[in-house]
Design a protein around this ligand. Sequence first.
Ligand SMILES: Cc1cc2nc3c(=O)[nH]c(=O)nc-3n(C[C@H](O)[C@H](O)[C@H](O)COP(=O)(O)O)c2cc1C
Ligand code: SF4
Length: 459
Amino acid sequence: MGTRSTNDPIFQPVTINGLTFKNRIIRSSLGGRIDYYDGSMSDARIAWDRQFARGGVSAIISSNAGIRTDGIAVPGYAAIDHDRTIPSWRALVREIHKYDCHYIIQLHFSGRQRDLARKEYVGVPGMSATGKPDLLHGLRARQSTAAEIHDVVRDYGQAARRAREAGADGIEIVACNGYLLHQFLSSAINERTDEYGGDLRARARILLEVIAAVRAAVGRDFFVSVKLSGRDDHNAWTAPFERAVGNTIEDSMAVARWLAEAGLDAIHLSQGDSFPHPRIPAGSFPTDEARISYAVMYYEGTRVPTNIFMMNFALLRRLIEWNWGRRMPYKRGGKLLPEAIEGMSQADAAKIKEAAGLPVICVGGWQTAGPIRGALAAGHCDVISIARGLLANPDLVHRFAEGQNAPDKPCTYCNKCAVNALRHPLACWEESRFESRERMFEEAYRIFQEAAVGVHGGE
Ligand SMILES: Cc1cc2nc3c(=O)[nH]c(=O)nc-3n(C[C@H](O)[C@H](O)[C@H](O)COP(=O)(O)O)c2cc1C
Ligand code: SF4
């Protein structure tokens, strides 16, 4: 192994709105049920995020943090829905800063895509830009009133203020993957006939109002990014009879331009109009694991019982797996092509970057130094964000710094981490990556043990 050269694009610092990233790799959001049921933060969260800061990334984007109680995606994710959450976020940020790493809090509102409702919201449809349930699970929705939209916009501002008061280095607003702001943006989802529905500009209105509210709350000198889906590739790909296509890359380029004019600092480019989606996180859909975890959603959506019924039969499980991502360039003859997954969004990232003139953070399958360098050197994006590659190998950046091109045990894109997240702790659940099954469990539960002995004085 060699040592990194000083002109390696991965290790060139970059400054965005006064925030200097010491290298070009950040950890993307990874939501997991490692906090308390009501959204209060646990010490396990601090131990969890700390491992990535130790591993050398220049910034961490938090798991999705609900800006309001009824917007929380899954109970057990730390929320930012109240001023009483500020001290715990502050403790987390302080811990991460010890490793010369920035902390960006992801502000989130689920809308209809509330995978697991907290007890008080069981059976209550999520507010949305449509009254129709989502195609994947049948999660119930209702059209929000204009007054409710104004309240949500205000609440984004409040959550942004809390993030700044907690000492975070910035915020990211989720407007992708089928969550509330994307439900408004998407031509396939938004059915409103008022000023928040219709043409693209009207559908983007709520997002632009959120940016204005956030800027009013945090000022101009605070990093604000939006996670945006480049293209929807509507559930025509997961729901065979769905014909609506959704937003195109050209639509997203126009939205990116408006966001730049509204005072945004960066765009984090995601893909797809649901989560999960064959484009994000790209790879397999492991039904053998999914059916066990998915059972917790039985009463959440009208389609869940049918999906679970199908997953009970091996043949139908194989059919679901075949259908998942079959139209994606990373699958051939039913087999995954890992090299086609890595960086699969970079062409779209380049288009968004050119359209908006803003720095772009590109996510999607990254875990090898060569392709990462290539994308940065070509100027397709400014920053690379990694979720599963770092979940599998939290010290990836240090390995790159030592001259290693790829981790010894890379992420296999099996997506077992994603499908387990509803029920089990957030971890890499791909047994083939570990010496033994016991080692996999030890690793998955390590953060709880670190938290139990105290994360604050641990170092
Ligand atoms: C278990 C899991 C949880 C995730 N949670 C979030 C989340 O809370 N917010 C978000 O914006 N993206 C979330 N994502 C998506 C990732 O941030 C990332 O966009 C996606 O996995 C693609 O990147 P990758 O190929 O590097 O994994 C999650 C992904 C996984 C696998
Ligand atoms: S379970 Fe592990 S190997 Fe599989 S996608 Fe997640 S991080 Fe990668």
